[in-house]
Design a protein around this ligand. Sequence first.
Ligand SMILES: Nc1nc2c(ncn2[C@@H]2O[C@H](COP(=O)(O)OP(=O)(O)O)[C@@H](O)[C@H]2O)c(=O)[nH]1
Ligand SMILES: Nc1ncnc2c1ncn2[C@@H]1O[C@H](COP(=O)(O)OP(=O)(O)O)[C@@H](O)[C@H]1O
Length: 215
Amino acid sequence: MTADKSITRRGLVLILSSPSGAGKTTLTRNLIEKAELELRLSISVTTRPRRPSEIDGVHYHFIEKDQFVFQRDRGDLLEWAEVHGNFYGTPRKPVEQALAAGRDMVFDIDWQGTQQIVEKMRDDVVTVFILPPSMAELKARLVRRAEDAPEVIAQRLENARGEISRWALYDYVLVNEDLGVTFRDLEMILHSERLKRERRVGLSAFVDRLLAERC
Ligand SMILES: Nc1nc2c(ncn2[C@@H]2O[C@H](COP(=O)(O)OP(=O)(O)O)[C@@H](O)[C@H]2O)c(=O)[nH]1
Ligand SMILES: Nc1ncnc2c1ncn2[C@@H]1O[C@H](COP(=O)(O)OP(=O)(O)O)[C@@H](O)[C@H]1O
């Protein structure tokens, strides 16, 4: 009797949230680029203008506000929120397809969206909040990223305290000082969560067979 084939696993959704500039986009990218982790990114729709380094359909689906309202009202979005004056939402279909096929997804979404997803699918969600080591470093990272106008950076910094105050809603909280350390911690969280008893299908039948075995 071998355990490997009879024990499978339900898919999970790993959610990363943080104030702007703490590093969640970088960490998310690193996770999906490591092929053996087998994580797929949920590509959100947004009404925010595209940044110079972003590609439509890769980083976000950039859409107009009327398109967003249409998709939202038709029920195409699993969750949505207004953040920094723009609308963001998670397309429902790719998530449902991935989970049904037992694949895992990573979401880079804010605390409002996280709450909506947790209410809908608590058992299948793992939430991680990323904190910056200091407010000075948060500002320095936003400036170094050099993707946003000064007034956009100022607004994101102003909103940072409100976002940070939501930290206790999350399953895990990581301080992203050293990127390599934070990434390894995330990998360990993912690995442990994948091994959780509740996520493993066929375990009970396997144990029954194990106990019935004569040696
Ligand atoms: N609720 C929700 N939030 C999202 C979604 N996509 C992105 N966000 C959040 O919107 C905020 C702004 O994202 P973005 O404009 O890319 O700026 P960044 O935080 O500086 O990288 C971040 O907190 C994201 O996590 C989404 O689909 N739903
Ligand atoms: N641990 C870290 N140390 C130094 N710089 C970092 C670290 N993590 C991310 N960065 C840099 O900080 C900037 C903001 O990171 P990003 O991933 O875009 O943040 P967010 O998606 O949370 O807004 C980027 O230029 C990124 O390269």
